[in-house]
Write a protein that binds this ligand. Structure first.
Ligand SMILES: NC(=O)c1ccc[n+]([C@@H]2O[C@H](COP(=O)([O-])OP(=O)(O)OC[C@H]3O[C@@H](n4cnc5c(N)ncnc54)[C@H](OP(=O)(O)O)[C@@H]3O)[C@@H](O)[C@H]2O)c1
Length: 222
């Protein structure tokens, strides 16, 4: 499948490399497609990746992944043609984090009765938004086995077929437990988990951890 990965940060790099390794065609979107550091990264990645503007990546991908800084994600999507977004599944990995007061004092620029995932779905109704992968570190996203044992990934979205498609992709990444939390309003909760996640990062000193839901009366999964 052809993917448009919007973002050249740690998440964009990890996801683009993983997708290419799995045999997908990938274009990575960025503000300045000629920027040397992104080109150098692609050259050193060993993967067959294309680099273009955010609009180019949206046009290229059959499925899109939004992994830009959360405060910019809406503007990035606005820079793309509506025609290139129409009907496409968009996996929203971004979080509306404001870290201007430091990693220990994070705030969310959209929260409580709204979320970035919902805002994207509302402002781009032609997209089929699935919130996913935003609750773990980029290395764990593409290699969940870095965290031993069973652990869970949360997804949310309004379109059942889009979520099923994303679940298939996540399984190909190695995810064994994907918990569907329902419609896109569940993104309020999964984006809010970042406030806990950053405290856990400070406590453990590394990012190889994840959430696991344990329920009474459920046998442990193998
Ligand atoms: N890092 C993680 O492990 C992790 C885990 C879960 C979720 N997330 C979320 O995933 C998203 C990406 O995180 P990241 O760590 O990879 O990198 P990031 O630094 O949050 O975002 C990098 C991307 O945002 C774009 N960007 C930054 N400022 C912009 C602006 N003013 N206008 C347009 N685009 C702008 C950059 O564009 P250029 O390409 O032009 O530089 C780049 O593509 C974030 O929302 C983050 O909260 C991150």
């Amino acid at each position: 499948m052809k993917f448009g990965v919007m973002g050249t940060g740690a998440v964009g790099k990890a996801l683009a490399s993983k997708l290419a390794t799995l045999g997908h065609d990938v274009m990575v979107g960025t503000r300045e497609p000629d920027n040397e550091s992104a080109r150098a990264w692609i050259a050193s990645s060993g993967c067959d990746l294309r680099l273009g503007s955010f609009a180019d990546a949206a046009a290229f991908g059959q499925t899109l992944i939004s992994c830009t800084a959360g405060i910019t994600s809406i503007d990035v999507l606005r820079s793309c043609s509506n025609r290139d977004l129409a009907g496409k599944v968009l996996i929203d990995v971004s979080n509306p984090l404001d870290l201007s007061r430091g990693l220990h004092s994070p705030t969310l620029t959209i929260c409580n009765d709204d979320s970035l995932g919902e805002t994207i779905q509302r402002q781009f109704p032609e997209l089929r938004v699935v919130k996913a992968l935003n609750t773990c570190n980029n290395q764990v996203m593409v290699d969940p086995g870095r965290v031993p044992g069973d652990h869970d990934l949360f997804i949310a979205g309004n379109d059942a077929a889009a979520k099923e498609q994303v679940c298939d992709l996540l399984r190909s990444f190695g995810w064994r437990s994907v918990l569907d939390l329902g419609d896109i309003t569940a993104a309020r909760g999964t984006e809010g988990l970042m406030l806990i996640w950053l405290r856990l990062l400070a406590r453990y000193g590394n990012a190889d951890f994840n959430y696991k839901i344990v329920r009474a009366g459920q046998e442990a999964r193998s």
